[in-house]
Design a protein around this ligand. Structure first.
Ligand code: HEG
Length: 147
């Protein structure tokens, strides 16, 4: 089981407490689709992804980015059992959506970059370490069904 210190718990809560889910979710997903274009293959039904401008102004992508962030909310509220919390979501991504699990890491790196840019100097190495730990646990839980 993953152990969280009080400091780590409060860092994670404060990052999410100050987050604009719609903006950060959209920016992180757009960045992922632009930086790693092969991730676009899962969003064929989302409309125009022709270039970066199209992706950045695609309302379906923005809405999905927010949905993904709200998905992370569930991990935040269940920090001591993220694996069980994501069991169903892991099955969905592997068996129905067939998302390559490497992509979880790519999206989480994009999310880190968007949050770092917003937080600026407040995104200290300690904050980054805690946030990376949180995302690593999320990525591992989402990948559970693939193991
Ligand atoms: Mg996924 C659906 C969360 C990474 C592609 N994703 C969803 C849903 C959630 C979610 C909450 C809605 C599930 C439902 O409708 O019951 N996704 C989620 C998280 C993360 C992640 C927390 C990782 C941090 N997803 C991810 C990645 C891809 C992807 C990396 C592809 C590159 N997700 C994807 C697709 C759908 C979802 C294609 C279905 C979208 C739809 O058809 O509406």
């Amino acid at each position: 089981m993953v152990v969280w210190s009080d400091q780590e718990r409060s860092t994670i809560s404060s990052i999410f407490g100050n987050l604009d889910y719609n903006d950060v979710g959209a920016k992180a997903l757009c960045r992922c689709l632009i930086v790693y274009p092969w991730t676009q293959r899962y969003f064929g039904a989302f409309g125009n992804l022709y270039n970066a401008d199209a992706i950045n102004s695609n309302p379906n992508i923005a809405a999905h980015g927010a949905k993904v962030l709200h998905g992370l909310d569930r991990a935040l509220k269940n920090m001591d059992d993220i694996k069980a919390t994501y069991a169903e979501l892991s099955v969905l991504h592997s068996e129905k959506l067939h998302v390559d699990p490497d992509n979880f890491k790519l999206l989480s790196d994009c999310l880190t970059i968007v949050i770092a840019a917003r937080m600026g100097a407040a995104f200290t190495p300690e904050v980054q370490a805690t946030f990376q730990k949180f995302l690593a646990v999320v990525v591992s839980a989402l990948g559970k069904q693939y193991h």
